[in-house]
Design a protein. Structure first.
Length: 187
């Protein structure tokens, strides 16, 4: 198994823009997307994979809810007396909605690296990420990834290439550990 893990501080620049093939999509990137695409790019340049490689990505519960707090404050200031989900969504800028969609990070990675194989999005579970890889319909290596965007703006990102049989006895199987923990332990 080959793996990489990187973290970026809250105010640390993540220089992803120069390497993007689809620069028009950059307006939809959040810090997790930027870190993941940057780390995946370096990892996949060093470890090229066929386009049909299975790819599984776990996105953490985002701690950075400041966008939603700002929208909620505007919502309250609008004079609405009761919470109305449709009204709340209508006040949310479309770019913010895209930045929070669970599959956006893996979509950007797939687009930039021309990955077309089986894929799955996991909500922050090391166990679910590993089970996805173990049950992949391949005996070739699968690409695993995870990210975690912290409240302060710091972000962690990790990627690994592993054969499904290499993951069968991983101690994180059956646990409630966050997915990024798998990559922290690979270092």
């Amino acid at each position: 198994m080959k793996a990489v893990y990187r973290s970026f501080g809250a105010y640390e620049e993540i220089p992803v823009l120069p390497l993007l093939k689809k620069r028009k999509l950059f307006k939809y990137y959040n810090r997790e997307s930027m870190a993941a695409v940057l780390v995946a790019d370096g990892f996949l340049k060093a470890n090229p994979v066929p386009g049909d490689t299975a790819f599984f990505y776990a996105s953490a519960e985002v701690e950075n809810y400041s966008v939603f707090r700002d929208i909620y404050d505007r919502y309250l200031q609008s004079g609405m007396e009761e919470f109305d989900a449709a009204g709340y969504i209508a006040m949310t800028p479309p770019q913010s909605q895209f930045k929070m969609m669970r599959n956006m990070v893996s979509c950007f990675i797939s687009i930039e690296n021309e990955l077309r194989g089986d894929n799955n999005i996991i909500v922050d579970s090391a166990s679910a990420l590993l089970y996805s890889a173990i049950t992949a319909r391949t005996e070739s290596e699968v690409l695993l990834g995870a990210g975690f965007l912290h409240y302060d703006g710091s972000v962690e990102s990790g990627f690994a290439l592993a054969r499904p049989d290499e993951l069968l006895h991983n101690p994180l199987l059956g646990t409630d550990a966050p997915a990024i923990e798998f990559f922290r332990k690979c270092q």
